[in-house]
Design a protein around this ligand. Structure first.
Ligand code: NAP
Length: 301
């Protein structure tokens, strides 16, 4: 199958490399052309000047862009030039409604669509170990198997269009609660004067551990948060969760709290850092109370 890739960001660059390794990658497109030129030269894969050109050159297109409006825009530009029966897989995290609308646009153009949001971070994209949550027809899912197998390790179809995004939204709510707990616990441990690296080694094997604790608590020790999963993007995902819950008249406390904390991080210029930057706010809680104590009674490492 000739596969094209759209969206060479933090995730997409690795995913495109994995499609190349699997012998599937036929063409690349990126809005900022220089990124596509660089990766095209590295992988020896043709670069298309437009989405229409890419659509015409491929039997399947994988897309990994930012937000709802971007997916809608990319799908609208691909649709008129896709061959009948072409397959579009969208790995971006967007709302279930956006996925259903994309599926309808592509069905009208005679093409098939799968919403395929992913989990596992930049590392999972690099190592092709992503968990992929799929929504769409069984027939499209069956056709997409070689592509999905090249990108991830756990690939599950949850039902019709939109159900992959609903599963991903569920995951994003858990990520919010876990990163909040990890950041809070690490700020607490720091204030107790504990040796933090040894703590991560030990608690990383305990019942309270998680992927975020093992892989992102070290950022908190170094107080450096290089972009893995950006605050801005998780805030975008949590707004999706907020809207999906609001359809039931429900407001979820974990979602609302993290949206407020991310708004503060973004306002203070940390929106492009990894979400482990939440630690900055948790550490400040202890710094404030510590500074209110007499100097001799101040704790912390
Ligand atoms: P990123 O580094 O910001 O890259 C976004 C990519 O999408 C860039 O190549 C950008 O092109 C392209 N793009 C955005 N809007 C576009 C448009 N309207 N038309 C064409 N191209 C457009 O983002 P990322 O971290 O790779 O994330 C991509 C998606 O995966 C997001 O939906 C995110 O929520 C999801 N995700 C991310 C992670 C993670 O850990 N990073 C994990 C799971 C899922 P330019 O180069 O021109 O800007």
């Amino acid at each position: 199958m000739r596969v094209g890739f759209v969206g060479l960001g933090a995730m997409g660059t690795h995913m495109a490399r994995n499609l190349r390794r699997a012998g599937l990658l036929a063409a690349l497109y990126n809005r900022t052309a220089a990124k596509a030129q660089t990766l095209g030269a590295e992988l020896q894969v043709p670069v298309c000047a437009s989405l229409g050109e890419l659509a015409a050159a491929c039997e399947a297109v994988v897309c990994c862009v930012s937000a709802d409006a971007d997916v809608t825009e990319v799908v609208a530009a691909l649709a008129p030039r896709l061959a009948p029966g072409a397959l579009v897989l969208d790995c971006s995290t967007v709302g279930a409604e956006t996925a259903r609308a994309a599926a309808a646009t592509l069905a009208a153009a005679g093409a098939q669509f799968l919403d395929c949001p992913v989990s596992g971070g930049v590392e999972g994209a690099r190592d092709a170990t992503l968990a992929i949550m799929v929504g769409g027809s069984e027939a499209a899912f069956a056709r997409a198997q070689p592509i999905l197998a090249a990108l991830g390790r756990t690939v599950t179809r949850f039902g019709p269009s939109g159900s992959g995004q609903a599963a991903k939204a569920t995951n994003q709510i858990m990520c919010a609660g876990i990163i909040e707990a990890v950041a809070e616990a690490m700020a607490f441990a720091h204030a107790q004067g504990l040796p933090l690296e040894r703590l991560i080694d030990t608690l990383g094997k305990g019942a309270g551990s998680s992927w975020y604790f093992v892989h992102r608590a070290p950022n908190m020790v170094r107080n450096a948060y290089p972009a893995g999963f950006r605050v801005r993007l998780h805030a975008k995902d949590l707004r999706i969760c907020h809207d999906m819950a609001a359809r039931f008249g429900v407001e979820l406390p974990v979602v609302e709290r993290m949206l407020a904390e991310y708004a503060e991080l973004i306002a203070r210029g940390w929106g492009d850092e990894d979400i482990s930057a939440t630690y900055r706010l948790k550490a400040e809680l202890f710094e404030r109370t510590n500074l209110m104590r007499p100097p001799g009674e101040r704790g912390g490492a």
